[in-house]
Ligand binder design. Structure first.
Ligand code: SF4
Ligand code: SF4
Length: 413
């Protein structure tokens, strides 16, 4: 048992495994405002990693529709209920109480994590290292159940106009794309009795050693996000591997000069909602200050992207820009107390990042989360992206260039 610092919770917490940190950490930001639920990411992953016999119900990347959808079904509602029963005082945050060196930007979590709740929870099947459950076979079927089923209702014909007004739509849903979060304090790793799960020093990717695994499914039970899965043909557990050959620059078909590539789900994304990379971890296990890194900038500087269910306590490395139209109470139980700030930052972006300044091209009125209108100036700036070696790999303007096809090529592909 270790006493570790979880910056997302703004406090120390107990973790039932020895503390150890990688040099770099795989992390990603998903912008839920842009996801169209096309499942291209899902199929890019499936066609690369999970097309074998026994993997039919395995979707390392899935996109579910909130609030009703889930893969496996009800995974989050079930665990939240278990946490509430283990800690009836509820999942409370002390807003604004920043932790060590201001490293708890969302306030301080005063409820119980899955590790802390397991210490007091009396499971009839015996002690657990993390509060969790094993989904039934049925719950793994129908990964896309309740797709685009909206919550809320409209009472009369005139209510439709009001129902789709910001800041909160009365009738709403949003797509939530999910992969393994390659957590800093993984529940799957802590629960494995064979020590078959490990976190790589070079990128923090969490892997299952297929030779050591005996298929006890303790990882499936302990992962709060249900991203460790059982393979009934090989009779061992499997999970998202973070496309590590691409991260290592060893995908011989595509990598140039051994440079890292994005994972399959990230590079295939049609909605361009995904940003992925590595963040530097310091000797204390915290994120090194690096505002030039777009992940660091979005997550730590601007706090526009938030962790998914930080209260579970695994310090997930997947972050989400919350959907600006969804009810705040729902979003706050999902992303913590930083929701209002994140939406405000998203609605009115700044011009601080690595850009070449361009001319002003528009001025629009934006509805802030508070409901107040604000003027937002839009500039045709140029954004520049660099790879790990510091080489420029992308340059794009805010106003995307358009190309008109020559008449000779009309209606041809
Ligand atoms: S999301 Fe689940 S499977 Fe992935 S590292 Fe975290 S606990 Fe393990
Ligand atoms: S490919 Fe992108 S836009 Fe399409 S479902 Fe996946 S995350 Fe959403």
């Amino acid at each position: 048992m270790s006493n570790v610092y979880n910056w997302q919770l703004g406090r120390q917490m107990s973790y039932p495994y020895e503390e150890s940190h990688p040099d770099w950490q795989f992390a990603f930001v998903f912008n839920t405002n842009r996801c169209i639920g096309c499942q291209t990411c899902t199929m890019a992953c499936k066609s690369t990693w999970t097309f074998a016999r026994g993997q039919e119900l395995m979707w390392w990347n899935n996109v579910e529709t909130k609030p009703y959808g889930g893969y496996p079904q009800f995974w989050d509602a079930k665990l939240l209920k278990m946490l509430h029963e283990a800690d009836p005082e509820g999942q409370r945050w002390k807003a604004g109480a920043a932790g060590r060196n201001g490293a708890g930007p969302y306030g301080k979590f005063e409820g119980k994590t899955i590790f802390e709740a397991s210490e007091t929870n009396k499971d009839p099947k015996g002690p657990q290292v993390a509060l969790g459950y094993l989904p039934s076979d049925d719950e793994w079927t129908s990964p896309n159940i309740h797709e685009e089923t909206a919550a809320g209702r409209v009472r009369g014909p005139n209510d439709w106009t009001e129902s789709v007004s910001l800041p909160e739509h009365k009738v709403w849903y949003f797509h939530l794309a999910r992969i393994c979060n390659h957590c800093t304090y993984p529940g799957c790793l802590a629960a494995c009795p064979r020590q078959a799960i490990y976190k790589r020093k070079e990128d923090g990717i969490v892997l299952i050693d297929q030779n050591r695994c005996r298929g006890y499914r303790k990882c499936v039970e302990a992962c709060p996000y249900k991203k460790a899965m059982y393979q009934p043909v090989t009779r061992v557990s499997e999970k998202c591997v973070g496309c590590y050959p691409r991260i290592e620059g060893k995908d011989e078909t595509l990598s140039q000069d051994g440079q890292p590539l994005e994972t399959r789900c990230m590079s295939a994304c049609v909605g361009k909602i995904r940003l992925q990379g590595l963040v530097k971890i310091d000797k204390n296990g915290q994120w090194s200050k690096d505002p030039e890194n777009p992940l660091y900038y979005l997550i730590r500087e601007r706090r526009v992207a938030l962790p998914l269910y930080p209260q579970f306590g695994t310090e997930p490395n997947g972050y989400y820009i919350p959907p600006r139209w969804a009810p705040r109470a729902y979003l706050e139980q999902m992303f913590g107390p930083g929701v209002e700030h994140a939406i405000e930052q998203y609605v009115c972006p700044d011009r601080d990042f690595t850009i070449e300044k361009g001319p002003k091209v528009a001025e629009v009125e934006v509805t802030m989360p508070s409901g107040q209108a604000r003027k937002q100036e839009i500039f045709n700036d140029t954004v520049i992206g660099y790879n790990k070696a510091g080489k420029e790999v992308i340059r794009t303007t805010v106003e995307e260039p358009t190309f008109e096809r020559a008449p000779i090529h009309l209606n041809s592909i």
